[in-house]
Design a protein around this ligand. Structure first.
Ligand code: PR8
Length: 495
């Protein structure tokens, strides 16, 4: 059973929940007590990011931005408002988003002639301008991204970071001469997402193609990264969409090709949101609270002076801690000396709960022996470290933290994808959590009816297919329809 203890200044808060057994309570509790977000703001689905949460969210977005910058995707800033007639140009797009838009109907006291939507996503805003910018194949590829918030009037239950109505968002949009170029660009996008999500944040997910009936409104196809959360339900993080010429045609995004012939362009778009932070919090955390991948942690190191003796002696200990902090900061790490009035024990709980990878304790005996004590959040390991080895120990401690949390996350993910050959097996796999992988008769629109039956029987949905995966062996039957199976379908309960 978890006991989170927040001990800041004189105030002490405790909170208990078991991450696996009562994940929703754990999740909401840790977000509140770590002061990541505050959901008391009185609009549903619009919680406030407090400094700690704002830092983490910003760091994650910076990692994504770094990937796009290094792929020559250029940063832009588009207006928040989209005129209604822009949104209506692509029919499937508006059909999908109509019910999710917030509308601006008035300016001051006058009704607006054309209402504006608060962008639910920026295709229609951007593509109206792309049509003006693109004339020739020389203008292609056009690749831009922005980090902004988008607004969706979500009607399902909202959860901080996971399903919100003002969504912290990073979206990229690209335009190409050929389908081949566009598809290659999407593969590059996946390289970027994997660099961040797997390599830097230690999170693993399943990349799959959504069924036809569940793709992004206006896309040819939608590939996603579904992440298995601690309660066994899955959450879509990346949404990467091939748009073909579906937007190029209504928006008149045309170019003169190398033979001076006018062509419609091929387009892609892809985006992520605060759900990546939700995954980091949920997957890596434990019953003591958060565990942060070192790269994005608010601090890498917290130093706790262990105060003994008279005032002069205490001052000396604090000064020593500050001296270490100065050196650590100079080496490029984020560090804090916690010299607040709390007992050392309360400080340990507090910084463990915040997920800070390394705690350094400095007491009178350590000073005498010219050493400090390191304690690692990831495994509780404690060791004495000579003063001159502090920096190298921080580096190896951060590396070790990253390695362990990645390994655990990977094992958790891989253990939760099970091949199932009957509805009973599907139910068992879902009770364990994650994906049931079933032989299925279709990866086209005609799978929808069988999905409805599946949903009724298990509460789960078909999340998608892996287009690169070999189909089940000849003669294998779909477990829903008994027709010949043509693919593996991944089934899960979802956020
Ligand atoms: C696009 N257009 O929009 P997408 N709260 C938190 N995260 C959310 C929410 C929400 N209410 N809704 C969606 N997301 C395309 C690609 C520009 C960029 C997250 O795609 O609709 C989901 O993780 O798939 C989703 O995959 C991602 O935003 C992108 O949204």
């Amino acid at each position: 059973k978890a006991t989170f203890q927040g001990a800041k200044d004189q105030e002490k808060v405790t909170f208990s929940a078991d991450k696996i057994k009562e994940f929703p309570v754990w999740y909401e509790g840790i977000l509140e007590i770590s002061e990541l977000v505050d959901k008391r703001y009185p609009i549903k689905g619009m919680p406030v990011f407090r400094p700690f949460g704002c830092f983490l969210e910003t760091e994650i977005m910076k990692l994504i931005e770094y990937e796009w910058d290094s792929q020559d995707i250029q940063r832009v800033m588009f207006p928040t408002c989209i005129p209604k007639d822009f949104l209506e140009k692509e029919k499937e797009h508006i059909a999908g988003f109509m019910k999710e838009c917030f509308w601006v109907l008035k300016g001051g006291e006058s009704e607006l002639e054309v209402p504006f939507a608060l962008r639910p996503t920026s295709e229609t805003a951007m593509y109206s301008m792309f049509a003006l910018w693109i004339r020739s194949f020389r203008d292609l590829p056009l690749k831009v991204y922005q980090t902004c918030t988008v607004f969706r009037y979500e009607t399902k239950n909202t959860h901080p970071l996971i399903r919100v109505r003002e969504i912290p968002f990073n979206e990229a949009h690209t335009v190409h001469e050929t389908e081949k170029d566009a598809l290659e660009n999407l593969e590059q996008a996946w390289v970027g997402y994997r660099n961040v999500i797997e390599d830097k944040l230690g999170i693993y997910g399943l990349r799959i193609r959504r069924p036809d009936w569940d793709k992004f409104a206006g896309a040819e196809f939608t590939d996603v990264l579904d992440i298995i959360m601690p309660d066994g339900k899955v959450m879509q993080t990346v949404g990467a969409h091939y748009l073909g010429q579906k937007f190029a045609k209504p928006f008149q995004i045309q170019f003169n090709d190398r033979k001076q012939k006018s062509q419609f362009a091929y387009m892609t778009c892809y985006g992520v949101s605060s759900r990546i932070l939700a995954a980091v919090v949920s997957i890596h955390g434990d019953n003591k609270g958060l565990i942060m991948p070192p790269l994005i942690s608010y601090y890498h190191v917290v130093i706790i002076p262990i105060l003994f003796g008279n005032k002069a002696k205490q001052k000396m200990i604090i000064e020593k801690a500050q001296e270490h902090a100065k050196m650590i900061k100079k080496a490029g790490y984020r560090v804090k000396v916690d010299d607040s009035q709390q007992s050392p024990g309360n400080k340990y709980y507090f910084w463990e709960m915040k997920g800070i990878p390394i705690r350094i304790e400095v007491g009178p005996k350590d000073i005498q022996k010219q050493q400090v004590v390191f304690v690692y959040r990831i495994n509780g390991e404690k060791k004495e470290v000579k003063e001159e080895e502090i920096i190298s120990e921080i580096k190896s401690g951060c590396d070790m933290t990253q390695e362990i949390l990645s390994k655990k996350a990977k094992e958790f993910h891989e253990a939760r994808i099970k091949v199932c050959n009957s509805i009973e097996e599907v139910k068992e796999a879902l009770a364990f959590g994650g994906f049931a992988k079933i032989p299925f008769h279709s990866n086209g629109p005609d799978g929808k009816e069988a999905e409805a039956v599946l949903k009724e029987q298990t509460g789960a949905e078909i999340r998608g297919f892996d287009p690169k995966e070999a189909p089940p062996a000849n003669g294998t039957k779909c477990i829903m329809t008994q027709k010949d199976a043509v693919c593996w379908a991944y089934v899960a309960r979802a956020y």
